[in-house]
Ligand binder design. Sequence first.
Ligand code: COA
Length: 219
Amino acid sequence: MGWNSVIPITMDTATGVLAAADDEEQAVSTTPTFVQRVTDPALAADIADVAAATFPLACPPDSSPDDIAAYIADNLNADTMRGHILDTDSDVLIARESPDGPPVGYCLVRHGEPADSDVQTVITARPATEVSKMYVLPDHHTQGRPVSPSRALMEAAIDLARTRSAAIVWLGVNQENLRAQRFYTKMGFTRAGVKTFDLNGSVEHDYIMSQALDGHPKA
Ligand SMILES: CC(C)(COP(=O)(O)OP(=O)(O)OC[C@H]1O[C@@H](n2cnc3c(N)ncnc32)[C@H](O)[C@@H]1OP(=O)(O)O)[C@@H](O)C(=O)NCCC(=O)NCCS
């Protein structure tokens, strides 16, 4: 059974709200997920808090704590998040477990030409959309549930790529981050190549993963 058949997600294009509606026939013991495309910059600080709590989980165990802390301070602060929210070529999504609850996860989606030359080499279809960040607080990981913030965020991200008529959606993931790789594989991504990632001056090694979309505008 597909995940969407358990808890349908629909986006109100006027408000950008994606809601996971309860389906009585499929009632299972599960926490609902509400995914919202963020348009209010006032949410930036809350998202930055989630980012700071979760970024270390994506780093290899031998990463320097100082490099991680510096990366968070420089790249995942509230000002940077505010910029992403206001950027017309980016979408920031948050997942909550009640409509007005605190964010338990977030996703940054960036539409347009990839900046990295290694990515440009292997991601050649256009238009392209990047799932640039995908982070969920540990207590809210899927853990066997049929519905989860991570799945809802990725479904919504791909939906947003479709609204831009993307022919491909891609992402980078640390080569040691097996959990995220497994998650992306489950969500339809396959390995396309490799690239590096600058963690405050330390070179990290990523896989590039991608999935083709049909490139047609979403109805
Ligand atoms: C990546 C992330 C969003 C995925 O969400 P999630 O809710 O944990 O995803 P799921 O549980 O649906 O999928 C993870 C899979 O990895 C598996 N897994 C967990 N730890 C693993 C490990 N060490 N090695 C291999 N697989 C692992 C899980 O069992 C699960 O697979 P299964 O459904 O076949 O059992 C979430 O784990 C997260 O936020 N992690 C920290 C930040 C991060 O790494 N972000 C990605 C940056 S690229």
